[in-house]
Design a protein around this ligand. Structure first.
Ligand SMILES: [Zn+2]
Length: 663
């Protein structure tokens, strides 16, 4: 081996008949036999060119199976051709740079090297390799190294550009074709690809729907006039699935997962390999909360197929109207492509070919329960920055709201004025976020979630229902319209009479236009009146509304059950209009001045706040102008009680506060 020189532009000296390396790429799925054949071609070619090259079809097949990108002289990537940074390719370039005995690179075809979004990227990659002193051997042509003093052939560059352009065009067209064919399949409830979900298997069917046979895992079939459908089974998985769907009515998903794990039931895909961020790993056999909820949210259990939940295409993506080009929203800031989760309305649903596993009632109930437990609409992940007390927590010293600030692994609320003012107008007053939330929940539990209180709310609601029934705005609107209709009809009669006198000429035209207008108005009013009369809230519908409201109140304790679901808790605080006020004082500890929490007050419902909440400007500049007035009352109880100034009719109660220390 020769010493490598780091001088700029120095052409690496390489032997004429040195070591050959093989590179190819596949976007995965169907490698079939081609990589093996390509390696055979490279072996034959290397003998012809008198090169040292070790590689066999068996070796590359073993590599692919093991998910390896490099093995001896073989380099292979399972990746789409648009991705220019790849494990195998990077290793190939690295090896070629460091090992100056490497003289030739075998690449079956240009599109195996790259299918770049921009053809220049492919051309540049080729040039880069040739400038390293390497000879590129394709099946159809050979490209010699480019030496620094050589001007490279213009015609060659054009051909390269066109080749790469065509291979990328192929990808766009291919992507479009795939989407269209998927769309077509999905429209008729056929499976568009991928592994069958738990409790289902892929079955090959004829165009008339008659079944041919079940497909093995990973088996690819493309037979004209045949399609793949998902049918329930096998029995053992189906039983587990049904059991999960029943259990979810009573237990939380995490509890269901625990039960299944305790019984040693293997999770879906247990033991199978999966690729995450390019790393192959074995799927664990354990059930998780999400494994369970995903099964219950799969529309297939209700005999509905859904297509288009995730948009992942490189150049064209799914929309219900057909493939669409990518837009800015499909890219991350760094230019890489996002996996976009489509909105519910963008998902195409069809009737599945198999029967439902659960009935509609059970299905509706499940979704309702899962949504309620998650505290969020279907599929929405919990917020990364929970702010249960957002705009409901105040510093009594300065009357400002306290703002959420990340703190270690958690968060805290800190005086907004302190955060905003350069000349310190207030102090570093803060409370621990989760602890303040706990205090709020404790108050809610004591004050609202008692059977007494629920009964009282129920009575209030019923009262309100009765009064609104008597003096409904509804009735007023109806009466107005009835009066107007009578008026319109009277005018219509007059117009008709007038028309009789003005049989001809312009006057008749005018009158008939007025007549038409009145007719239209009459029709509209009649329609509105019927609508009002039919939707007029009967005692029955009113009762339903009240029951729904009471039901949601009764759900308070359940929503509060999960102390980590800060979003659901925030929702509770909002619906109870809970607000918190904290008072602080400064203490000298050794040479440090600490801000200690004195006391807190929690208000609920329409109870008045204990302070006049600051409602001036909160921006820094505006604030500078405004001088802060009230500050630092003292004489508070050192035992620091949290007082509750609660719903009318309930006595305020003391709560032990959690410890908060200023830092
Ligand atoms: Zn403050």
């Amino acid at each position: 081996m020769k010493k490598s020189t780091k001088k700029k532009h120095a052409p690496p000296k390489r032997p004429e008949h040195g070591r050959g390396l093989f590179y190819s790429r596949d976007s995965g799925g169907r490698h079939e036999t081609t990589p093996g054949e390509y390696v055979q071609w490279a072996t034959n070619k290397s003998k012809q060119l008198k090169l040292k090259f070790c590689g066999t079809p068996e070796a590359i097949n073993r590599m692919i199976k093991a998910g390896e990108a490099v093995s001896g002289d073989l380099f292979f990537d399972v990746i789409n051709g648009g991705e220019m940074s790849r494990t195998g390719l990077n290793a190939l370039l690295e090896t070629a740079r460091n090992d100056l005995s490497v003289s030739h690179i075998f690449i079956p075809r240009r599109d195996r090297l790259a299918r770049p979004g921009n053809p220049i990227e492919g051309m540049t990659l080729e040039l880069e390799m040739r400038k390293l002193g390497l000879t590129l051997v394709y099946i159809e042509m050979t490209l010699d190294p480019i030496l620094p003093w050589q001007r490279h052939d213009f015609g060659e560059s054009i051909v390269s550009l066109v080749d790469f352009e065509q291979s990328s065009k192929f990808r766009i067209e291919h992507g479009e074709k795939m989407l269209y064919s998927h769309l077509q399949l999905a429209r008729y409830g056929y499976w568009t690809g991928g592994r069958a979900p738990y409790g289902f298997r892929r079955h090959l069917v004829r165009a008339d729907g008659s079944e041919v046979r079940e497909l093995a895992d990973g088996e690819q079939v493309s037979q004209a006039g045949h399609h793949v459908v998902l049918l329930a089974g096998p029995e053992n998985e189906l039983n587990v699935l049904k059991e999960i769907l029943d259990l979810l009515l009573k237990l939380r998903a995490s509890q269901v997962a625990r039960r299944l794990n305790e019984r040693g039931i293997p999770s879906p895909n247990a033991g199978r390999t999966r690729k995450d961020g390019g790393v192959v790993h074995v799927v664990s056999g354990r059930w998780r909360r999400t494994t369970v909820t995903n099964l219950a949210r799969n529309p297939l259990i209700r005999a509905v197929t859904a297509y288009g939940r995730r948009a992942v295409g490189e150049f064209r993506r799914f929309s219900t109207e057909g493939p669409r080009p990518l837009t800015e929203a499909d890219f991350h800031e760094d230019g890489s492509r996002k996996v976009v989760t489509n909105d519910q309305s963008q998902i195409m649903t069809s009737k599945a070919h198999g029967p439902a596993i659960i009935d509609d009632e059970h299905g509706d109930q499940l979704i309702k329960i899962l949504d309620a437990r998650a505290g969020t609409p279907a599929g929405k992940p919990r917020s990364q920055n929970p702010n249960p007390l957002g705009a409901r927590i105040f510093d009594m010293n300065c009357c400002w709201p306290m703002y959420r600030v990340p703190y270690r692994d958690s968060f805290c609320y800190k005086c907004g004025l302190y955060q905003q003012s350069q000349p310190r107008q207030c102090h570093h007053n803060w409370v621990d976020g989760p602890n303040a939330t706990k205090v709020g929940m404790a108050v809610l539990r004591q004050q609202v979630m008692t059977p007494d209180m629920i009964a009282q709310l129920e009575r209030n609601l019923l009262d309100r229902a009765n009064t609104s029934q008597q003096s409904g705005r509804h009735e007023k609107a109806l009466a107005t319209r009835k009066r107007e209709l009578a008026n319109v009809r009277q005018q219509l009669a007059i117009a008709k009479q007038n028309a009789a006198f003005a049989k001809s000429g312009e006057l008749f035209q005018d009158i008939s236009r007025i007549y038409e207008d009145l007719k239209a108005r009459e029709a509209l009013l009649t329609l509105e009146i019927t609508k009002f009369e039919t939707t007029s809230q009967s005692p029955d519908t009113m009762k339903q509304a009240i029951e729904a409201a009471i039901e949601s109140i009764k759900q308070f304790p359940r929503k509060a059950e999960d102390p980590d679901n800060l979003e659901a808790i925030g929702e509770l605080f909002r619906s109870a209009n809970l607000e918190m006020f904290f008072k602080f004082h400064q203490v000298q500890i050794k040479n440090r001045l600490l801000n200690k929490l004195d006391m807190g007050i929690v208000t609920l419902g329409n109870a008045p706040p204990p302070i006049k909440k600051y409602d001036g400007p909160t921006g820094r500049a505006a604030l500078k102008a405004k001088l802060q007035a009230d500050n630092n009352d003292t004489g508070s109880d050192p035992l620091s009680k949290v007082k509750t100034n609660s719903v009318p009719g309930k006595k305020a109660k003391s709560l032990r506060k959690d410890r908060h220390a200023g830092a």
